[in-house]
Design a protein around this ligand. Sequence first.
Ligand code: 3PG
Ligand code: CO
Length: 546
Amino acid sequence: MLQKFSAFAGVPGPVVVIVMDGYGVPKTDVGSAIAAARKPTLDRLFAECPSITLRAHGTAVGMPSDEDMGNSEVGHNAIGAGQVYAQGAALVANAIADGAIWQGQAWREIVAGAKAGRGVVHFIGLFSDGNVHSHIDHLKAMVVQARAEGVPTVRIHALLDGRDVPETSALEYVVPFEAFLAEVSSGGFDARIASGGGRQYITMDRYDANWPMVEKGWRTHVLGEGPQFGNATEAVNGLRERNPGTIDQDLPEFVIAEGGKPIGTIEDGDAVVFFNFRGDRAIEITRAFVEADFDKFDRVRHPQVTYAGMLQYDGDLQLPKRFLVAPPAIKDTSGEWFSRQGLAQFACSETQKFGHVTYFWNGNRSGKFEGETWQEVPSDVVPFEQRPWMKAAEIADAMIAALKSGQYKLLRCNFANGDMVGHTGNFRAATMAVEAVDLALARLLPAIEAAGGVALITADHGNADEMFELDKKTKQPATNKDGSFKAKTAHTLNPVPLILFDKVSGGRLGLKADSVAGLSSIAATTANLLGYAKHPAWDDSVLDVK
Ligand code: 3PG
Ligand code: CO
């Protein structure tokens, strides 16, 4: 059980944690959709309330290095668990560096499974070095190892990124990788890219938002249906010509074929590795491969393959059963400990971020802890630059209703706007996204005050705070050949705000500025606001009690 916090008896009402997804604090206002947005509520909060910044990238959230930007998985893990664990990116890199991955049963079964069948290993995954869902170096290491272990054929199904890396960078990965594959394809070994497409167009849906996307991926990778090209470099060039202005993440599917015949359909007896380490966008395609009674779309054909995920994507559902590297074993999350304390908790977001405030928050568990209520607001299925307000109003409605019910001591929500619209690279839409969140806050905060509660307003990582690629030297926006600014779709390395909205303590509460504090300090801060000491495993609170 949590102990009482000696310095403060706790606020009378609930503690609300509000995550403004993709809202960083940039060093310069140049290119910041947040600076350009009209946001009177946030401006007032920053002017009047205690606020500090928290680290939200790199080692502060369990990434391999401080060059790595943050992302929603590691951010929500850190916020919910109050601790920092080495995350998928680091765990896989280490397992490859020390060779443990090749000794593991899953890799052995992949190799043995392929050899017992047609001798084919397929690798499907996000084809970049974004290190959010995957890293191309991991793929490279597996290709080299497959060759060394005598696997005759490798087929790669490459999901083009442009979302965690620059928006039209696909060829920077595809061209050298095809050269590398050509180089290692000798002595009876044949490794080629066989299919692919934009990650927001096929395969990598999440949270059941858009199954037809996954079906399209299945038809592309497994059945080999789609426009045919001679190699992936030609495919990217050809798709760009046919779809002018379309950025990588939205490019349609492609299939590599010889004489009209796809070179890499997935057949009985093949082995398949889904090489993303992050779970949210890996679960649906994994289900299509491993579930016998799958009913989300007509698979046409369900090849019997040896399937492995890079990690296990859902521990509760054991999805998939076979995985190359064990995921972080996240324990003692705040959700679990507040539940043990008998506190009722409410979690809400729209579909696109629903798993973030539930599954990631609770340490990658898909089940609820006792006393938790989860509410999902269905997301629009449209490109979000067309609806930058997303479901901010409906999330605010749900939160206000939950506050008014008086049932909950802890509430949490995620406003997806800054991130989802930030990822489109559309500056104007991103300013509207921030404005929508501001309006939602203007409605939500009075309800928190009326309930005698306080709010911690924060973010999981930056995104809308830098909408243009900045030139490394001049720090000014980089330009395209036509003089327009180069849009930036990825997350940023900036810290995030932590604002304490408190109308109940009479000014006793503040936040300690601490240059090393990261997102993992929020759990302990929440506990202190409730009048509890932090769990010993959690990182220190930043609450300052006068
Ligand atoms: C995505 O999956 O949309 C991006 O790769 C990362 O965004 P998120 O970490 O904010 O979900
Ligand atoms: Co994002």
